[in-house]
Write a protein that binds this ligand. Structure first.
Ligand code: HEM
Ligand SMILES: [Cu+2]
Length: 531
């Protein structure tokens, strides 16, 4: 893709803006620059990932052997609940928004996001929401402990920690909705001349569709937890059976948000993988337009399957059959993507730098997660494995080796563009292989724990589950420590290292690779012309 640009031929007032960023804390508090805001989202999500990780390791330490050793059962429930919330809303989602902020303007040839001040605000809503969430551990009764899914009646009976979590979810939701409106407006209105929709990089396409999904379902979550709040404090009975309400209705509205939510955490990952595989295979992405249509159909279908989380609530068989087949249908466009990625690599001249290793790791392990998802969709099987460790294994394969591995792949891929330095390739490879091995040690055995009947969300278990739990806990600690290598790689890369070229990767063809490394504070102030 050829681009012609000169980003210095302009003259408007505020000089300091054009000599690079101001300094000090005020820079970060007031910045409206998409790169600054991207950086803040990424550090915030990494901090949340580490805190969610410590919670997971505490859970696994308790489950290392049968019996209660480390934490009280009530606190164990708070940990599983908070781990889920922190990882979903604090780590994975903000990380993808961080990538969107850094990359989308550079990839479409726009000087910044459409609503720069709203962008600042979307980020600065996150730290107070996170503090509210964490502070709920320290109030009487502790954090809400009914699972990240907030199911009543338990969530109605919980202490004030539950109100703080509901308030935090409101704020996180508002931040997501504003971020999505910003992304949609930027992509639809600020593309460089000549960049038609079907010429956009796949990462941009996946974010456009994800943003629409976010605008659609985040208000549903806000409405759901608001009804919970009024049931808790204002005498309504939405979910109170004794008052004529229905706790099952909560599950319907929660999962109408919840299932699209899991695709909100994977579609941008698909976008990152679709940038990386062609670059290191030195071939264009196979089936570009079918990739776009597959992404759109996954997003649409993801709104029709929510009750596959509820096969055991006693719904009619016809409804079970509908949700079973609708869920299986999603495997078709997902299969198209996996086929296109494989075809992209087929007969390519591949090299295996760290971004490519994580991308291939994603491809293998996400597919395993996808298969166990189809298994869970089969009603009679789901009735066996629901609420067991099989489900825990399933969604960690799609969320950790899926979303998280894609985030690592993207970080290694674009770090040289962001910092101007090449990262330490051998440390990167260590991070990949240790994560790959320890991830599978942690979560593969959990499939068998679940098939053997071990329930989730329990701090103690029967003796026959001891061996696999021990293996899983050892794996979890190995995985946890491997992530510190990643932190070392990033800090080392920011501080220095071999100078990165503009076109860091020989096979990189999208617009950001035509910009210098590090990318200047202001880019594309004169939009490039796409030939
Ligand atoms: C970093 C490695 C991770 C480890 C070792 C880990 C481990 C665990 C464990 C042990 C549980 C509790 C299972 C139970 O006893 O019920 C759990 C639950 C969960 N995890 Fe993770 N996890 C990790 C990363 C993630 C990530 C990246 C996500 C992404 C979104 C995630 C999302 C969840 C959710 C949603 C739950 C269910 C919480 C609930 O029951 O309400 N985890 N995880
Ligand atoms: Cu689902």
């Amino acid at each position: 893709m050829a681009a012609v640009h000169d980003d210095h031929a302009h003259g408007h007032g505020h000089e300091h803006e054009h000599h690079g960023p101001p300094s000090g804390i005020m820079r970060w508090l007031t910045t409206t620059n998409h790169k600054d805001i991207g950086t803040m989202y990424l550090w915030f999500s990494f901090a949340m990932f580490l805190s969610g990780g410590v919670m997971a390791l505490t859970i696994r330490a308790e489950l290392f052997q049968p019996g209660l050793q480390l934490v009280a059962p009530e606190f164990f429930n708070q940990l599983t609940t908070m781990h889920g919330l922190v990882m979903v809303f604090g780590a994975i989602m903000p990380a993808f928004v961080g990538f969107a902020n850094w990359q989308i303007p550079m990839m479409i040839g726009a000087p910044d996001m459409a609503f720069a001040r709203m962008n600042n605000w979307s980020f600065w809503l996150l730290p107070p929401a996170a503090m509210l969430l964490m502070a709920s551990f320290f109030v009487p009764g502790g954090a809400g402990a009914g699972g990240w899914t907030f199911y009543p009646p338990l969530s109605v009976q919980m202490g004030m920690g539950m109100d703080m979590m509901i308030f935090a979810v409101h704020i996180l939701g508002a931040s997501s909705i504003m971020g999505s409106i910003n992304i949609i407006t930027t992509i639809l209105n600020m593309r460089a001349p000549g960049m038609s929709l079907m010429k956009m990089p796949m990462f941009v396409w996946t974010w456009l569709i994800t943003a629409y999904l976010l605008v659609l379902v985040m208000p549903v979550l806000a409405g759901t937890v608001t009804m919970l709040l009024t049931d808790r404090h204002f005498g309504t009975n939405f979910f109170n059976a004794a008052g004529g309400g229905d706790p099952i209705m909560f599950q319907h509205v929660f999962w109408f948000f919840g299932h699209p939510e899991v695709y909100i955490m994977i579609l941008p990952a698909f976008g990152i993988i679709s940038e990386i595989l062609p670059t290191f295979s030195r071939k264009p992405l196979f089936g570009y337009s079918s990739m776009v249509y597959a992404t759109a159909s996954i997003a649409i279908l993801s709104c029709t399957v929510w009750a596959h989380h509820m096969f055991t609530v006693g719904m009619p068989v016809t409804a079970q059959l509908f949700f079973m087949y609708a869920t299986m249908l999603i495997a078709v466009p997902t299969g198209v993507k996996i086929f296109n990625w494989t075809a992209t690599m087929w007969q390519g001249s591949m090299t295996f730098e760290t971004p490519m290793l994580f991308a291939i790791g994603f491809l293998f392990l996400f597919t395993i997660g996808g298969f166990s998802g189809v298994v869970c969709a089969v009603v009679p099987v789901d009735i066996q494995v629901q609420e067991t460790y099989y489900v825990i294994a399933h969604f960690h394969y799609v969320l950790v080796s899926g979303a998280l591995f894609a985030l690592f792949a993207g970080a290694y891929y674009w770090l040289p563009k962001w910092t101007g330095h090449m990262y330490d390739e051998s440390l990167g490879k260590w991070h990949f292989w240790m994560s790959m091995v320890f991830f599978n040690v942690t979560f593969f055995v959990q499939h068998f724990l679940g098939l053997a009947g071990m329930p989730r969300r329990v701090p103690d278990y029967a003796l026959q589950f001891a061996d696999f739990n021990m293996i899983s806990s050892i794996g979890a600690f190995g995985f946890g420590f491997s992530q510190l290598i990643f932190l070392a790689v990033v800090l080392k890369c920011i501080r220095g290292g071999k100078k990165a070229e503009a076109r860091v990767w020989e096979g990189g063809t999208s617009l950001e690779w035509t910009l210098p490394s590090p990318a200047p504070y202001h880019t594309w102030e004169t939009p490039p012309v796409i030939k």
